[in-house]
Design a protein around this ligand. Sequence first.
Ligand code: FES
Ligand code: FE
Length: 441
Amino acid sequence: MKDVSKLILEDGAVQNRSIYWDQDIYEQELEHIFARAWLFLAHESQLPNTGDFLTTRMGEDNVIVARQADGSIKAFINSCPHRGNVVCHADSGNAKAFTCAYHGWAFGLGGELVTVPLEHDAYYNAIERPRYAMHPVAKVESYKGLVFGTFDAGAPSLRDYLGDMAWYMDTFLDVPGGIELLGPPMKSILNCNWKVPTENFIADGYHVGWAHAAALKAIESPLSPLVGNQAYDVNTGLQVTTRGGHGFGVIWDAAAAIHPVGEAYAQWLAQRTPIMRERLGDWRAKFYNGHWDASIFPNCSFLYGTNTWKLWQPMGPHHIEVWTWTLVEKDMPDELKQMMVATNMMTFGTAGMLETDDGENMEQCTGSNRGWVTRRGKLFSGMGQVREGHHPELPGIVAKGIVCETSNRGFYRRWAQFMSGKSWDELAREPGNAADKREVA
Ligand code: FES
Ligand code: FE
């Protein structure tokens, strides 16, 4: 095992560049992070009926996720236990069974082996079917409709894994009627390491007025004054690392701001806010009206407000497949949902203006580390380190303003803990840091 203890330094604020490039570090990520952490699989609304299924990936393992006859959801590796063929080639659909194209073994909705051609004549009925079930994902759980899976049977519950991030996410998950993810997801390839977009979404309020200057001007959204960092009040909003490697930043009263025709959404928010205040209290009613950039450790990100939901699927250290859905409230009128989809496509879809701004930077941030000398250097995310701390009413480590890197450091502290192979017990006792002693107003 590679010694990873020196790759993340200064409380998460300094990263060794090799973590964006080296194949052996990537292999360790697959083992220590992607084979252990809870990974986003689907939203329950994508699998409403018995037999509904979709295929996705956990790390680089292909999996089938299927709705069972008893209403539960199971997931298993999409590779035939006979000779390893890929069993299901569809992105999604409804099935009674999954049949392998090579020799015809067929598997039930739970991955159990149900049919073996020539079972009597060739196997003399001696095949032990349970032994040849498709490899199950150890645990599949849902948090308010969001379905995650882990390969580690010893992992804590999904609710415990999400920790305080769940408290914050209730802001939009606890809406009457719940949420749905509109797809099928747009898919595209980016030549970047999977951590670069995760850290961008979790913490990077700094790039918005700069990297997206032209796009913000073109969209003519209420955020246009941020262009070139003009009119940027760095103290507006908050950034929070919730522990567990998750985190987000929020700009107050900006949920609808990126939508060029945002009035209908603004009206929707105004009408729902008293209900959310009643349900969740003043703070989360305020978060309900904010625009969030967020990541759930390790590779799921979202922008609440713009309402893009992202999965950064790793494909080696230098490539990812980006999957993009539109997050909407189920009770929204259809026209409003369609407007959300259109804005998402225009901004963070495959050809979206802001997606291409980010993509170019993310690819360069990865590719520059190809240089052997470059790769031995360090990168820095120390912004706001001296002003983060405890908030009297909000969980996690909180910093004032979204232009800081508090959540970035929280992500890398967690990454380092996972990579050094700590047990779940040790992970649960996340060590404190200087921020624990500081109060933030
Ligand atoms: Fe699937 Fe043989 S590889 S049935
Ligand atoms: Fe961006």
